[in-house]
Design a protein around this ligand. Structure first.
Ligand code: CP
Length: 297
């Protein structure tokens, strides 16, 4: 069984292998490689990019997709997360993709289900496929990951995307700096990365500014004095872009709060990789589903 619950413990060779496999899927048309297989999207939290790109990835591989929506399911009648996972497995799936507000949800599901589980983003813990997508996008842009410098800016404390990046990007040679107001910076720093409360100080040194959304649904907005003040100090705008190297790029995992962490001119500008990140969701998820299905057979 070879799902993807966490990037913890995956070495550089393994991570690079997934990126290479994903690169091989870029631009590839539909196949029947896994016809007869079933991939189940067990999403207990909202999603546009992750859910739909897993769905498209599964279709591209010839697999069927079963989609679970909590509001239309017996979860709305009180059925437990465990019983839902066991039920989806019993109905018949070859791989389960789990998104949930609980940080342990993917690990728990992997313990309960006899099928491989892929983490589609859990709590504030980790979003492994987003990290792989961003690594692939950067490798395409710069031709390498080694030696790149990235500032992750914003609500890092509440961000599963930032956690995944902290686990895996340094393994692949990316140097990270965490930037934001103190309430958004992690209280502990087991990764030993640089932290800063001053974005303008960092801009000249980095190749990538990676912006994060304020996680209002996790209560983050209440920890800073004002959203407008945050936008003034940390929002990426034309003036701040001009302080970066001419080759510097801007990334965001989405969904974006335009006018808060990113101005329209930056989000839609030629140095934004945002839509390339979204597009790379399909080949990366094809690679991860392939590994899960091959391991599950
Ligand atoms: N980046 C990301 O996880 O977006 P969704 O919530 O739309 O899936």
């Amino acid at each position: 069984m070879s799902g993807l619950v966490t990037l913890h413990g995956l070495g550089r060779e393994r991570l690079t292998g997934i990126l290479d496999k994903a690169e091989g899927y870029v631009g590839r048309g539909p196949s029947t490689d896994f016809s007869g297989a079933t991939v189940t999207n067990a999403f207990f939290e909202p999603s546009t990019r992750t859910r739909l790109s897993f769905e498209r990835a599964a279709h591209r591989l010839g697999a069927h997709v079963m989609s679970f929506s909590p509001e239309l399911s017996s979860a709305s009648k009180g059925e437990s997360f465990k019983d839902t996972i066991l039920t989806l497995t019993a109905i018949g799936t070859d791989v389960l993709i789990v998104r949930h507000r609980l940080a342990d949800a993917a690990a728990l599901a992997a313990g309960w289900s006899a099928r491989p589980v892929i983490n589609g983003g859990v709590g504030s813990r980790e979003h492994p496929t987003q990290t792989l997508i961003d690594a692939l996008t950067l490798r395409q842009e710069f031709g390498r990951l080694d030696g790149l410098r990235m500032a992750i800016v914003g609500d890092i404390r509440g961000s599963r995307v930032a956690r995944g990046h902290l686990i895996a990007l340094p393994t692949m040679g990316v140097e990270l700096t965490l930037v934001g107001p103190t309430p958004f910076l992690p209280q502990e720093n087991p990764w030993g990365v640089r932290t800063s409360t001053d974005l303008d100080d960092e801009l000249g040194d980095v190749d990538v500014v990676y912006l994060l959304r304020i996680q209002a649904e996790r209560g983050s907005a209440a920890t800073i004095p004002s959203i407008a003040g945050y936008a003034r100090r940390y929002g990426m705008n034309a003036e701040r872009l001009s302080m970066m190297k001419p080759t510097g790029v801007v990334m965001h995992p989405g969904p974006m709060n335009r006018g808060v962490e990113i101005d329209d001119s930056i989000a839609d500008g030629e140095r934004s990789l945002v839509l390339r990140q979204v597009a790379n969701g399909v080949p990366v998820r094809m690679a991860v589903i392939t590994e899960a299905l091959e391991g599950g057979r």
